[in-house]
Design a protein around this ligand. Structure first.
Ligand SMILES: [Zn+2]
Length: 294
């Protein structure tokens, strides 16, 4: 195993992989442990613009249930760290989270992926509670000005969006200084470039304009971390390797290896950056261990 890698982002019964297949896949890629994350949202949000979720997730329910996460923890206690994010709009979300921590050893509040602004008062209350419990908050962000414009363009448009824009992230980091946040998703990573608003592409290509809003918020908010998982995280580095090298160097204590999938593209992209062994160890393992100690 390269660095006793910890993958901070994957899901149970996702894209054709049951738990045993996920563990085999981790073995193939030299991944020692994975943060096994649930996903809870109301059915009418799950249905919105992506019927594809129905073919990629367990059809016995919607999203990724706490039940599946607990199955993973019970079958492979040495391989998984449990994450679950009850919808913060639920009246008893904090009580349910506390029960999940006490009973099932949940260590992460994630993945938060709901059709709501993440600076909603109920969400703020949840993050502060997570801070008290010592749980990092991992969220999916996907809502740029182009999405807002397209949503407004036609009466019956109903686009998929999550969280709000990067200003929301700045706000929650400021309002909850004792909580550590981990950002993920197209709306988070496209902000690596200063010209993020110039394109409506979810996964923009081409050179990065320096000092994007993501860099500015990371400099301002020491409690914000970055999750490299999925096409969004990988693309943000791969689109401009020279910029990626400087970005990873500057924020090497707050960047986390993750996949949200079953392939090797994060490994391949990080290899191209030719990082020092010390920096690689932080990204592949040590930063995750600081957030969720073994
Ligand atoms: Zn995910």
């Amino acid at each position: 195993m390269k660095h006793h890698v910890i993958d901070v982002h994957n899901h149970p019964n996702w894209h054709g992989h049951n738990l045993a297949a996920l563990v085999r896949n981790m073995d193939e890629h030299g991944i020692e442990k994975t943060w096994l994350l649930g996903w809870e949202q109301p059915r009418h949000e799950y249905d919105q613009a992506c019927p594809g979720y129905y073919v990629h997730m367990d059809p016995r329910g919607i999203g990724a249930s706490l039940d599946l996460v607990v199955q993973g923890l019970e079958r492979y206690p040495d391989r998984f760290i449990g994450g679950w994010a009850p919808d913060p709009r639920d009246r008893y979300a904090r009580a349910r989270l506390e029960a999940a921590v006490k009973i099932h050893g949940i260590r992460v509040y994630g993945e938060l992926k709901c059709r709501m602004r993440y600076d909603d008062p109920d969400a703020i209350a949840m993050y502060r509670f997570c801070g008290e419990l010592g749980l990092p908050v991992l969220f999916h962000l996907q809502c740029d000005p182009h999405t807002v414009a397209r949503q407004a363009a036609k009466r019956d448009n109903w686009l998929e969006w999550y969280g709000g824009d990067l200003a929301v992230v700045d706000t929650i980091c400021e309002l909850c200084p004792d909580t550590r946040f981990i950002g993920h998703g197209p709306g988070f990573w496209k902000e690596i470039s200063g010209d993020a608003d110039a394109t409506d592409a979810g996964y923009p290509s081409g050179p990065v304009t320096p000092d994007g809003r993501l860099t500015q918020v990371l400099r301002r908010r020491a409690n914000l971390y970055c999750d490299l998982s999925a096409g969004s995280g990988c693309n943000a580095l791969a689109r401009d390797l020279a910029h990626a090298r400087a970005f990873v160097h500057e924020f090497q204590d707050r960047i986390l290896f993750g996949r949200d999938y079953f392939d090797a593209r994060q490994f391949e992209t990080l290899d191209k950056l030719e990082l020092t062994p010390e920096t690689e160890a932080k990204i592949y393992r040590d930063n995750a261990l600081r957030l969720v100690p073994a």
